[in-house]
Design a protein around this ligand. Structure first.
Ligand SMILES: Nc1ncnc2c1ncn2[C@@H]1O[C@H](COP(=O)(O)OP(=O)(O)O)[C@@H](O)[C@H]1O
Ligand SMILES: [Mg+2]
Length: 1065
């Protein structure tokens, strides 16, 4: 049998607006069939190379025609939709006509361009529609009277391991069943609608219908569309009559699969979440990866079992992947630097896929014979079932009840499978087609009516985080007042999902063009342009409305089509979400932000709506948990996720502040509202948990008792862990001069609030930890080079403010060269722990790098508090999650005035700490010099007071130079003093003793100031100000509570009943 490798194409899309805004760097290059990717963090590294059947450059070099179609500029390598179809789609089509099964997959992270390639946007139609169009065009050229065609279309979605029929409005709870044909081994979806189609436009209609159903379901069920796989299946049959009137059927099944986003949670810190394995997060996608790996191994003659049965997707695509199918995979690539890790992983995936070999055969069968055989078999099976006497094939007469049941089940599914093959009914093809056409017609005329209304009447148009699902659902305003609400309230427009009230909002029309919105009931959450509404508000064309948590719409008013100034031409889901963030007090502009901050900000905007949603579920299910977004230094983040950085061991490679370790991390804090315990979740872990929480909520809506699930399976539950109270930094600068440094450091939490003080000493010492004395001070750090150097880190004690941390306190830290954290002992039952911790760090031979390291780096001490899983305050448990969250928000509103907006600081906080350390050091130097000055003055005084005959220069000179030589002035002072003294000696004969003395005094003073230390003490306020500086976490820490509405609309808190929406929606 001929073997065929899976064909693999990669395609890189243009930068999107966000990437342009932040000046993203391009990391992909293509030349011929070679694709290379450069690591933006190691630009000098050799780029990684991959070769594929096709490499499509769709990044730049194109123009938009008047009709919106993107075409290549002259001489540009730009690959248009048409080009991609010609290479990939045409092959699929040809194979289909020959009777082969064909499959086309799109793989890649969310937003990389899978749907663009498969389905396309607007005028830029993707491979699926063009292929379908061409299919019917080619069929139309058929002249053969003895040949007829039958095309059926089906469209399904796999979400959370459940199959939904996208052509059907009513899907059973838990999805459609996936069964296996016992005889042929193939899996199929039971009761999936397969509609006959007679033209391309019918297919187009069906796809629209499917997308619209998908959108409604995804919004109502809070489903994350990027986690869904969409499968379009077209069965193309050619029935050929031979001269003797016997019919043969050539059948091709085309599977066109837009896979779920491939972003791996582990790249964002979700590895090791105990819940991940059990949940169905991306199970289908990881199973697909395993299947591809196994198939690739098989192609290299390694013996492996291919785990098709591990997921719904791999069951359904068994044939497409490793069997009778010609298969094409298109891997969609993001061009931007920040997606490097994901894109590289996509390339590697694609690289493995190209090894897979398939054995496609032409599916040609005598039709009559096939149907006759199937019918005969079914007849037998039916009889066997009716007789109730199923006979075991091994000839036994006795069978257990279970065995009986299993056998019966097997027969039933065989029956059903055969039935599916024969055709669901006895209707002729033409009858079935015309029935389907009636249905499409209804849909078409509905669609036409909708188009006509859209141009005249005010309406709402949906927005979805997936651009494919935006602008798909339209709601028109009926009559004077349109009520929006939950189905059970019998509204005009029914919505379901989180935070939708029975009567949620009312839209009133007056004079045909004026539309007003108002809340339909107390507590109904609706936002217009990001701001919660509390009373009637008139709507303008292109206003954004969010009902509850996730129904996002644009209000379109054709009767008064002037949008207020500043409204963007095209409104996207991101725009609507950004507005919400802004209204909550988050800055969203990119101006003046570093790249790291921009990335963090983007993540915040992504996570904020999710946090709101999870809070809403927590309230509805009364989980006593509250969530907020926090931004945290990398050092702290590592320790909270247990992830140990595998950083290089050489301190010199950490010399800059651009080091990824200094990146701020967007995390989510979960708080137990009853006992105050908190947890910090990495971005990826939170996103996965959110998905599980959505799933749990859906099961709750489906009537499942989710309150009784074991806590190990509860996405809201987490074992207690030590919590990071705060961090404190000490700079190592003093070591450059071999000076010791003690400080009381402020322990600050991620919001920059002081949580306590930490007493730390950094002391140069000998190998055994004995502190060096002052004489070892070096003015010029070069003197330390090439010698061994030792210093001691002492963590002596702390004072912690919050009583709840008295259960146990410990400190962890590590030098950048350390692999693991060093821990102090845990001190329990006190807020003033004495750690008595001391550690000697030895550097066998000092290098320039070590000095740089001392100059630029600090040690971050992470102060941890023990948490216990206590029941908490019984009085609090009498309140609901919603009430407790409201109380919390009022509490945090009180201190919110001190908080500043996100990224308000341009100066990174470390500089403050740096300056402070430097000041302390300067002050120390100053004190030293002042002391010396005083001593020299004394000597001069004593000398001048002596009778002239005792004013001998020799002893005076020795005394003064002894002081000069003493601790810490081995600099210019020493040399210059000596020189000057010699000069004095020369002039001695010409000057009177008192003249000589004055001169000596002046010289000493001049030299003192040449040490660059002001001979005047700095104003005391300044010094104490520098001491009062909070020792911050590495990056400016920002107030990122979802309760930020309190900043923007503080007055709304006046009435506790109508609290503003603050994160719950
Ligand atoms: N080749 C391309 N040319 C132009 N725009 C593209 C291209 N590929 C993707 N895009 C745009 O990028 C965005 C995300 O693409 P999409 O196909 O929806 O991603 P995915 O399905 O992988 O999540 C869309 O707005 C889409 O129009
Ligand atoms: Mg998509």
């Amino acid at each position: 049998m001929p073997e065929d490798s899976v064909k693999v194409a990669v395609r890189v899309r243009p930068f999107n607006q966000r990437e342009k805004d932040r000046n993203a760097k391009l990391v992909i290059k293509m030349q011929g069939s070679t694709t290379t990717i450069t690591n933006p963090e190691a630009p000098s590294e050799e780029p990684k190379k991959f070769a594929f059947d096709y490499s499509y450059w769709s990044h730049d070099g194109f123009t938009s025609q008047d009709d919106g179609i993107l075409v290549p500029n002259a001489g540009s390598p730009y690959a248009s939709q048409h080009k991609v179809f010609q290479d990939l789609g045409q092959g699929v089509l040809d194979n289909a006509f020959e009777g082969y099964n064909c499959s086309l997959f799109a793989y890649g992270q969310t937003g990389s361009g899978k749907s663009y390639s498969m389905v396309g946007y607007g005028a830029n139609k993707g491979i699926v529609p063009i292929t379908c169009d061409e299919l019917f065009k080619t069929m139309g050229t058929n002249q053969d009277q003895n040949k007829r065609f039958e095309v059926t279309f089906s469209m399904l979605e796999i979400y959370n391991e459940q199959v939904r029929d996208l052509l059907s409005k009513d899907n059973p709870k838990g999805g459609l069943a996936v069964r296996q044909n016992p005889k042929l081994g193939m899996f199929y979806v039971q009761n999936l609608k397969k509609v006959p189609v007679g033209s391309y436009s019918e297919i187009e209609m069906r796809m629209e219908q499917g997308t619209s159903n998908r959108t409604v379901a995804s919004t109502n069920m809070n489903a994350t569309s990027s986690r869904a796989h969409t499968v379009v299946t077209i069965v193309f049959d050619q029935i050929i009559k031979d001269d003797s009137g016997n019919e043969t059927k050539k059948s091709s099944t085309m599977n066109l699969v837009d896979l779920a986003g491939s972003e791996r949670a582990d790249s964002t810190g979700a590895t090791g979440d105990r819940l991940k394995e059990g949940a169905n997060i991306n199970r289908s996608l990881s199973a697909l990866g395993n299947v591809i790996s196994a198939l690739a191994d098989q192609s290299e003659n390694k013996k492996t079992v291919v785990p098709y049965r591990d997921s719904v997707l791999t069951k359904l695509l068994q044939n497409a992947l490793g069997g009778n199918s010609k298969t094409v995979m298109i891997a969609a690539l993001s061009p931007a630097d920040i997606n490097y890790v994901e894109t590289l992983s996509t390339l590697r995936y694609a690289d493995r896929a190209k090894k897979i070999k398939n054995q496609a055969v032409i599916n040609e069968n005598p039709l009559d014979k096939m149907i006759r055989e199937l019918k005969e078999e079914n007849e037998k099976l039916r009889k066997a079932l009716e007789a109730g006497g199923v006979v075991p094939s091994d000839g036994r007469t006795q069978m257990s009840e279970e065995e009986m049941k299993a056998l019966e089940e097997k027969i039933r599914s065989q029956l059903m499978a055969n039935q599916q093959l024969i055709g669901d009914s006895e209707q002729s093809w033409d009858e079935k087609l015309s029935a389907a056409r009636n249905e499409t017609e209804a849909f078409v005329s509905e669609g036409n009516r909708e188009v006509a209304r859209k141009n005249k009447e005010p309406h709402l148009m949906n927005l979805n985080e997936d651009p494919m699902l935006s602008g798909v659902v339209f709601h028109f305003l009926d009559g004077q007042a349109t009520v929006i609400g939950r189905k059970d309230g019998n509204p005009d427009i029914a919505l379901s999902g989180l935070n939708i009230q029975k009567k949620h909002a009312v839209l009133t029309q007056e004079g045909g063009s004026e539309v007003t919105i108002k809340p339909g009931s107390d507590g109904a959450k609706t936002k217009v342009n990001g701001v919660p509404i509390t009373g009637p508000r008139s709507l303008e064309h292109m206003d954004r409305i969010i009902f509850g948590s996730n129904h996002v719409y644009v209000f379109v008013n054709p009767a008064k089509p002037q949008a207020p100034e500043g409204t963007p031409k095209e409104i996207t889901w991101e725009f609507a979400q950004k507005e919400v963030a802004q209204a909550k007090g988050f800055a969203t502009g990119l101006a003046g932000l570093t790249k790291e901050q921009q990335i963090a900000q983007e993540q915040i905007l992504e996570v904020l709506p999710m946090v709101s949603e999870v809070n809403a579920v927590s309230e509805e299910l009364n989980k006593y948990k509250s969530f907020e977004v926090v931004l945290i230094s990398a050092a702290a983040q590592e320790s909270t996720t247990g992830k140990s950085a595998s950083g290089p061991q050489d301190p010199s490679s950490f010399a800059t502040k651009d080091d990824p370790r200094f990146r701020p991390q967007v995390m989510v804090k979960m708080k137990n509202l009853l006992n105050g315990n908190t947890w910090l979740w990495a971005h990826g872990k939170f996103v996965d948990r959110k998905y599980m929480i959505q799933d749990m909520y859906q099961r709750y809506l489906d009537g499942e008792d989710v309150h009784s699930i074991p806590r190990e399976e509860d996405p809201f539950w987490e074992p207690t862990e030590d919590i990071l109270i705060g961090t404190a930094d000490i700079f190592l600068q003093s070591l450059v001069n071999a000076m010791d440094f003690s400080d009381q450091l402020s322990i600050t939490d991620y919001k920059g609030q002081e949580e306590g003080k930490l007493n730390v000493n950094i002391i140069p010492c000998n190998q055994s930890g004995l502190a060096l004395d002052e004489d070892n001070y070096v003015e010029d750090s070069k003197e330390l080079l090439k010698k061994p150097f030792h210093f001691k880190i002492e963590v002596s004690s702390a004072e912690i403010h919050k009583p709840r941390f008295s259960k146990g306190i410990k400190v962890k830290y590590r030098l950048l060269t350390d692999k693991d954290f060093t821990e102090t002992k845990q001190v329990v039952d006190t807020l003033s722990p004495e750690f008595g911790h001391s550690r000697v760090v030895s550097i066998p031979k000092m290098k320039e790098q070590h000095l740089d390291f001392f100059r630029d780096h600090s040690i971050t001490f992470l102060v941890f508090g023990k948490q216990e899983d206590t029941a908490g305050d019984p009085n609090l448990a009498k309140l609901t999650t919603k009430e407790l969250r409201q109380m919390e928000q009022i509490g945090s509103a009180a201190d919110s005035s001190r908080r500043k907006s996100v990224f308000a600081h341009d100066t990174p906080a470390p500089d403050n700490a740096h300056i402070r350390t430097e000041l302390v050091l300067m002050q120390r130097k100053y004190e030293r010099l002042a002391q010396k000055e005083k001593r020299m003055m004394q000597l001069c005084d004593e000398w001048s007071k002596k009778p002239p005959e005792e004013q001998l220069f020799e002893p005076f000179f020795r005394a003064v130079s002894a002081v000069a030589h003493s601790t810490g002035t081995r600099l210019k002072t020493r040399v210059q003093l000596l020189n000057q003294m010699l000069a004095i000696q020369k002039k001695q004969e010409e000057e009177t003793p008192s003249e000589q003395m004055l001169r000596a005094q002046r010289i000493i003073r001049e030299n003192a100031s040449s040490e660059k230390v002001s001979s005047q003490r700095p104003p005391s306020g300044f010094v104490s100000f520098s001491f009062g500086f909070p020792s911050p976490v590495f990056l400016p820490t920002f107030p990122l509570t979802a309760s930020h509405a309190s900043v923007a609309q503080p007055t709304l808190y006046a009435s506790p009943v109508s609290l503003p929406d603050s994160g719950a929606a």
